[in-house]
Ligand binder design. Sequence first.
Ligand code: ADP
Ligand code: FBP
Ligand code: MG
Length: 511
Amino acid sequence: MAAAFKTSGSFCSTQQHQWLQSTRDQILHGSSHSNVKQCKSKKIKKPFPLCVKATSSKVELDFNDPSWKQKFQEDWEKRFNLPSITDIYDLKPRPTTFSLKKNRTPTGDENVDMWNGYVNNDDRALLKVIKYSSPTSAGAECIDPDCSWVEQWVHRAGPRKEIYYEPEEVKAAIVTCGGLCPGLNDVIRQIVFTLETYGVKNIVGIPFGYRGFFEKGLKEIPKLIAHDHDVLKFCFDNIIQLSRHLVENINLNGGSFLGVSRGGAKTSEIVDSIQARRIDMLFVLGGNGTHAGANAIHEECRKRKLKVSVVAVPKTIDNDILLMDKTFGFDTAVEEAQRAINSAYIEARSAYHGIGLVKLMGRSSGFIAMHASLSSGQVDVCLIPEDLLQKSGATDASGNVIFSDIGVHMQQKIKMHFKDIGVPADVKYIDPTYMVRACRANASDAILCTVLGQNAVHGAFAGFSGITSCICNTHYVYLPITEVVKAPKRVNPNSRMWHRCLTSTGQPDFH
Ligand SMILES: Nc1ncnc2c1ncn2[C@@H]1O[C@H](COP(=O)(O)OP(=O)(O)O)[C@@H](O)[C@H]1O
Ligand SMILES: O=P(O)(O)OC[C@H]1O[C@](O)(COP(=O)(O)O)[C@@H](O)[C@@H]1O
Ligand SMILES: [Mg+2]
């Protein structure tokens, strides 16, 4: 949860520090994982004992050791290695069925790879591009005390020349979990389009998040499907058959075509359901919690020796997922939040001793508040949860901590303060909470969703599982889910972006 507010000129210098208690939460970069290889990969025929390669850890580094960089990079390679169904099965790939050639005018024997723009498995994108010369440089994220430059590469996303599934035999499922987020329908749509381009015919939607996998009574079906008999192929239990025709226009609306939910994730029951329904590819759209769930499903599938690719797409208006530039929906949420700030500004400006106060979402991360403040340019003070977190003691169905209502708290405190000093204050409070996330994706999010959705399908056909399709340092990449769920991403109070926000509002730094 985060708040940004606009005071009319005469109230800019109110004693904000009385309302705050600073904490110094920094971006967390996660803890270590076990580095156990339970068995060496061997060429083995199905069925065979499972060979699990566990994720590697951040090694203990001795910076006096001249080879520490090499050790770091070796460890990095292991950590960011993409888990694949080929880790478990001795599978032979087949040439891909994904081709762009049919859309072009054939002019001879040109190089097929160039026509289709395949991505090589050895292609990499650089995760970080700034060389900090000192740990005191703004926003510096250093590995060693000298802040040495160490290349950190991640795997490039996109279609591969060889695939590990027969498209005609594939059953693919899509599920959307957590809270709503602009762009969910855009991603669903692109996943369906891309699957069909590969030649997949059996595509299903699981309604209402992970619950749709196991809740017996869950038979609600979106009205559109129930009434559209032309496009409805099958509609039984809680599975919805999807096709290009059916999803063609869903991006015109916000929300999720499949419905969402929190809580109720029982990994073993979900995998029972995946097994019973003979699902080969599962596309999971969601935030931190959903990703943790997707990884648990991926691990359980491995344990049961199921040839299933679980591929996630990071969704959340909060933008609180590690390593990536942004999650889809964030941009749209900021744009909507800015509208609320503008309204608060106009109200405050027109009132006698007016103060505008806007509460924005973000859970424990203040990205929406910071970016909306920066974009509106009308905010005098932007408060982010990295300043102050008040836990209510309660949790939601997914186990997320519910924070006390900072907006209502601030409203009361401001009123009380001005009453105490005998100055009239007209507080105009706006809570646009659900308005910022129930809307349709804006242009930039729509593009992001399109690419992430397509790449999710390419990743599954390439045999990867337990990965997420995202954007890092402006490039589209795949990351192992284990690396992005270590902690929520937070605003770094030492970052240039936060400093820019302070410069823009003119507020003191409360950290
Ligand atoms: N650590 C976890 N392991 C497995 N499933 C989880 C975990 N945390 C959350 N989930 C499940 O993921 C789904 C979405 O989680 P939630 O936190 O509500 O949203 P988001 O994914 O957007 O953060 C819920 O069904 C929840 O039960
Ligand atoms: O009222 P709800 O649906 O539980 O959602 C509230 C939460 O959803 C969010 O908008 C998005 O969170 P998720 O990405 O976890 O769905 C948070 O900012 C907010 O705290
Ligand atoms: Mg979340």
